[in-house]
Design a protein around this ligand. Structure first.
Ligand code: SF4
Length: 101
């Protein structure tokens, strides 16, 4: 499965989740290129080990196991995966959302 970061992260970008993730699969962190331009953080579903540590760390309750993402935010599952699968240009075109080159 994997976990997904949804809408409450937009404009928040608290990085407590990055700090607690044991496999470093949440990006971009505060010190990574692109942190300033992205609208939210994203979980790499290929690397997430479903530990759940990021859920209580998030101050705005933006993170869910994929099978518990609220229906209205279900598309964030694909958006998180696309952040890692698509080029910056492709991601921008599909989601109208910035990704660093
Ligand atoms: Fe990282 Fe665990 Fe959250 Fe997956 S569930 S993003 S491995 S902290």
């Amino acid at each position: 499965m994997a976990y997904t970061i949804a809408e409450p992260c937009i404009g928040t970008k608290d990085t407590a989740c990055v700090d607690v993730c044991p496999v470093d699969c949440i990006h971009p962190g505060k010190n990574e290129p692109g942190y300033d331009i992205v609208e939210q953080l994203y979980i790499n579903p290929e690397e997430c080990i479903d530990c759940g540590a990021c859920v209580p760390a998030c101050p705005v309750e933006a993170i869910f196991p994929n099978d518990e993402v609220p229906e209205k935010w279900a598309f964030y599952i694909e958006k998180n995966a696309d952040y890692y699968a698509l080029s910056a240009a492709e991601f921008q075109a599909k989601w109208n959302s910035p990704k660093p080159e």
